[in-house]
Structures are given as C-alpha cells and as structure tokens.
Write a protein that binds this ligand. Structure first.
Ligand code: GLU
Length: 583
C-alpha cells in the first residue's frame, strides 16, 4: 500500500516529455498519456469473466460478446476489431499477432501465430540502399515493401475454428455500429493523428482518413466515424477470416503496396500461401511457476531466460525499493538482449537453440556475470549449434495487448501489432497496412555470417511480442499478461512478473512499477516514476538511468485468485481498463 501511494504520487507528477534516443535506428518515443488512465480498483471488481484492453470501447465490445455466451476467443475477435477502429495507431486487422489460449477443462495451452510473412518477391537486401547501407528507419517504414501478408485475422479464424462458440459473423456488430455512427476520439489517437513526430501521420492516406468534413484533423473528444472500416468489417463478417487475403480487398492491398516510394512485391499467391501457426506454447519452470510464452519467431524464450537468470540472484528478497534489485534486473536485461538479438528468428529458417538458451548450467554461467556494479556491455553467450550473426532489436511501438477470460474459465492472452504508429501510413478500406517487415534485420550479412533474422521469401520477422500465461506449482493458472513496447516488451513483461512472483505485489502494483530497459550500453527508464533515492542509488552502482523508454508499455493482465476471483489490471500509461461481465 505504501508502495502504491508512492507510485500514485509519482504518477501524478508525470510531465509530458519529448524524448529522443541517440540510436540512429530508434524512432521517437511515444509521449506518456497526460491524464492517468481509468483504472479499476481490483477489490471491487472481482468476477468470473472479464476483459482488460487498451480502450474502454474494446473492453465493452468483448464483454458484449461474452454476454451473448461467447467464448474468450469470440470476445478476442470483437476486441481486435474494435481496437482497429479506436486504437489504429497500435493494431490493425491488416497487422499480425501472437495469441496464447488456455482451455480450462483440459488445461491445454495453445499458441497461435499470426505473424506477417514476407512475399515470395522479398530479397535479403531489400532494406539496403544502392550503396549497400541500411535504409533510414522511417524511409523503410513508409515504403510499400515494409508490408507483410497480414496474419491477425486468419490467426483469429484458426482460434475461432477450435474455440469459438458464436458464429463468426456475430462478432463484429459493436465495431460496425461504432465505425458507422462514430465514437468519441480518444486522446491518444488524436495526439498521434496530429502528427509532428511520426512520418506515418503525414502520409496522404493517414491525413485523408483523419480529416473531418470541416477539413480539420480529428481532435480528442469529437465524434468521428470510419464508414470504410464498417464496410470492410461487414465483408469480413460475411466472408470469413481470410477476407483481407482474397480479392477484392487483397487486390487493393497489393496495389497500395506496389506504389512508390519503395514499391513492394506482394502478389495474390503470397496471400493464398499464408497459414497461421498453431501449436504448443513454450513453457518452462521458473520462480516456482510454469511460465508459458509463444515459441519463436516470438522472443518469448528470451523472457524465460531473463526470469531464469534473475532467479539465480537474490532479487526476490531485496524487493522493489532496493537499488541492487534494479541493478540485477538491468544486468539480466542486458544479458538477455545480447542473446535474444543473436539467436531468435523464424524457426522455419533458422534452428533456434531454445534448450541451450535455457539450460541450467548456461543460465548459471550467464547469471554469474552479474556483479555488484554495472558491468561492461555483455556479448551473446555460446549455446551450441548456431552459425548466424547478430542484429540489434531496438524497435518501437504500434502494438497492443489484451486479455479475455470467459465464464468457462478459458483465457486469451493476445499481443497484436501494426508495428509502428499507424503501420506504414498506408490505408486500404479504412484500415492501416502494417510495416512489420521492418522487424527483419536490414543487413543480410554481419561479420561475414548471414543474419539469422535476414529477410527471405515466406519468412516471418522476429518479434518481441510475448503474450504470457503463468501457472502455479499445482498447475493452476495464476496470471495472464503482456505488453506492447517494441523490443522493450520483454522487460515490461519481466518487470511485471518479478513484481508479481518475486515481490508478491498485486498485479496492478506490479504493472505500475517503473519500467527499466537496459540494452547494450544503454539504461533507459521512467525517471519520473522511479523514486529519486532509487535513481541515486543506481547511479552509485554505475547505472545512469536516462529517459527515453518506458512510457510506451501497455501492460494488461488478469490475476486469478485461488478462490476463483479475478483481479484484472490496466496500464496507467495508456487508456485501458479492466472490466468484469455484469459490472
Ligand atoms: N513489431 C514489434 C514486434 O513484433 C512490436 C512493436 C511494438 O511493440 O510496438 O516485436
């Protein structure tokens, strides 16, 4: 409680900061939301079914489906559709996603992969300029070739086939109505639509979409409709999950991505070839729990590794007010990223040393590198059998996370992305096209070795998206959570899990903990949320925390009490809420 008041006090001091990092690859950072998001006091909001997502309208759409007897997957379809309307800066039906599904009856956890794929015409050098140098970050983003085959709706279709209870065409009503009748423009959407910082906002499609009949860009609180999106969703309700992958919409996507600048090569055959992935989640014992994440190309394995490294330290006993605990967190973060950047890519193209990365001796060896002060920049370790080179993973943020619990106790934990704010800034039929292919390594070769995450036809780019499920020693589900944040997703999730499992905090307090993202020689964090004496203590340990990352998290999750009560939580850094059915 003391902690909670402390953080609430810090949050109330939040100021808008414009932060730019020094990395040439790093785009400008999202500003924090000025007003604290609407949060729900968990004690009063315990129920049997509920939704936590980045906007109240998306939560309501999910609850409406649950109320009609829908499953967690049914509600997830509705939540995604609505987020594509009200939070288009962070996800799109033209984007990609990872979803973990928990079936209460059987205890089964299924991982769904809706990651975009590169077209057959993609080449390893397509993000290099004529001199063989990587293209500028924004230059690549707004190019037609940054768009991969959109996988999120086919993935939801695959999940619906297995776990849907309502008809597919019953899942879009709320969003169609809002897109037709209009809704109140959220503050964050208005801020991003106003541009200034992200070139996608200045692209002609984006400007056209967000310009009102009066010729002004939409502003917060005014009513805005997106009738083209309503029409697309009507087509999707009728035509099924592959509607975007089929003519006439696919034809319009192909035409739009074939336009200058940097025309892409998407063809109908690429759409026809797309298949969502369905398989086992990657689950490991860590911190006395079984933590489940999606397998690669998600970087979930790196989250497991970081938790396993931290388990070797005394972070649990130290608690969140001890600078040494945060030193340990930062050093584990740097060690994790060194390996993640080197070893994670599409497993259909590169053999990922998953077991090696999580092998106890190897974890102990890595954890032993954590000293009592910040060390030198760590390099990747050498788990066996890997002959590829490293690429950085320093990316930011057009992504969202939500969790749904249905009345049967089935759960969806899903992270969905259009990659950058408004994706590539190109619009077809009321939705944004993703720029997910810029998650590939721009350089095909590094140090003479092929980059594991190099572009290749039909390949999925490496992702940081890591929807997570956590089970206790009796294999009872205790938490479902996840976050956006580009590469920092891994530390946002890790921080929350450490708060929950190692420090025993309520989920909301774990989410509210300040974010710290340590990568290579950089220590970025929420300097406005860390207490000053903690920052001073870290400085004494060799860690100067710089503003620049942290505010773009969007952690949403649910904690499951042993007596069946649910305690959901939403990140105050966004506009999200947790609500239970019938509330
Ligand atoms: N495209 C990124 C990824 O898949 C996520 C970006 C974000 O979180 O905004 O790793």
């Amino acid at each position: 409680m003391i902690l909670r008041s402390l953080f609430l006090a810090v949050i109330s001091l939040l100021v808008l900061t414009a932060c730019r990092t020094e990395s040439p690859e790093e785009p400008v950072i999202e500003e924090p939301v000025a007003a604290a998001a609407e949060t729900i006091e968990s004690a009063d909001d315990l129920g049997r079914a509920g939704v936590a997502a980045a906007h109240p309208l998306a939560v309501e759409a999910g609850l409406a489906v649950l109320e009609r007897g829908g499953s967690a997957v049914d509600a997830a379809v509705a939540v995604q559709a609505m987020l594509g309307l009200v939070e288009p800066q962070s996800s799109s039906i033209g984007g990609g996603a990872f979803l973990l599904h928990y079936q209460a009856d059987s205890g089964r956890v299924t991982a769904f992969d809706g990651r975009e794929t590169a077209p057959a015409g993609a080449t390893a050098d397509m993000f290099l300029d004529p001199d063989g140098e990587p293209l500028g970050w924004f230059e690549a983003i707004i190019g037609g070739r940054s768009t991969g085959v959109p996988g999120v709706m086919p993935m939801l279709g695959a999940a619906h086939e297995r776990y849907g209870r309502l008809e597919w065409d019953d899942l879009f009503n709320e969003t169609i109505a809002a897109a037709e009748d209009g809704f109140s423009v959220p503050q964050r959407l208005a801020r991003f639509a106003a541009g200034n910082r992200w070139p996608q906002a200045d692209q002609p499609d984006t400007v056209a979409l967000f310009t009102t009949a009066e010729g002004q860009i939409i502003s917060a609180g005014e009513t805005w409709a997106n009738p083209a999106f309503a029409e697309t969703l009507r087509a999707m309700a009728k035509g099924g999950p592959r509607t975007l992958l089929e003519p006439p919409i696919s034809t319009r996507i192909i035409e739009r991505t074939a336009a200058l600048p940097l025309p892409g090569t998407l063809r109908q055959a690429d759409f026809d070839a797309y298949r969502p992935g369905v398989g086992d989640a990657l689950c490991r014992q860590v911190m006395a729990h079984r933590v489940c994440v999606p397998p690669p190309p998600s970087s979930g394995v790196a989250l497991l590794q970081m938790l396993a490294i931290l388990e070797q330290t005394d972070i649990a006993e130290r608690g969140p007010e001890d600078p040494i605990a945060w030193l340990q967190f930062a050093e584990a973060s740097r060690l994790m990223y060194a390996d993640r950047d080197q070893f994670v890519a599409d497993p259909a193209f590169v053999e990922i040393p998953i077991d090696g990365l999580l092998e106890p001796d190897y974890i102990a060896e890595r954890a032993a590198l954590i000293g009592d002060r910040a060390g030198d920049m760590p390099s990747a370790g050498s788990p066996p059998g890997f002959e590829f080179s490293s690429e950085d993973g320093f990316r930011a943020t057009g992504t969202t996370h939500f969790v749904v619990v249905d009345a049967q106790g089935d759960v969806v934990s899903m992270t969905s992305s259009v990659e950058s704010i408004f994706g590539s800034g190109r619009v077809v039929d009321g939705f944004f096209l993703n720029n997910q292919l810029t998650d590939f390594s721009f350089r095909p070769l590094m140090d003479g070795l092929p980059a594991a995450n190099a572009v290749a036809p039909g390949k999925r780019p490496r992702s940081s998206m890591t929807p997570t499920l956590i089970f206790d020693a009796d294999d009872r589900l205790v938490a479902a959570l996840g976050s956006p944040g580009g590469s920092a997703i891994l530390v946002y999730n890790a921080k929350t899990i450490v708060g929950l499992l190692a420090w025993g905090l309520p989920l909301q307090e774990a989410i509210d903990l300040p974010n710290l993202f340590a990568w290579r020689e950089n220590f970025f964090g929420e300097v406005n949320r860390f207490p000053e004496d903690l920052l001073a203590g870290l400085a004494e340990l060799g860690i100067e925390v710089r503003a620049g990352r942290g505010e773009e998290s969007g952690l949403h999750g649910v904690f499951f009490h042993a007596d069946g009560r649910l305690e959901g939580a939403a990140d105050p850094r966004r506009e999200g809420v947790w609500r239970v059915l019938g509330d």
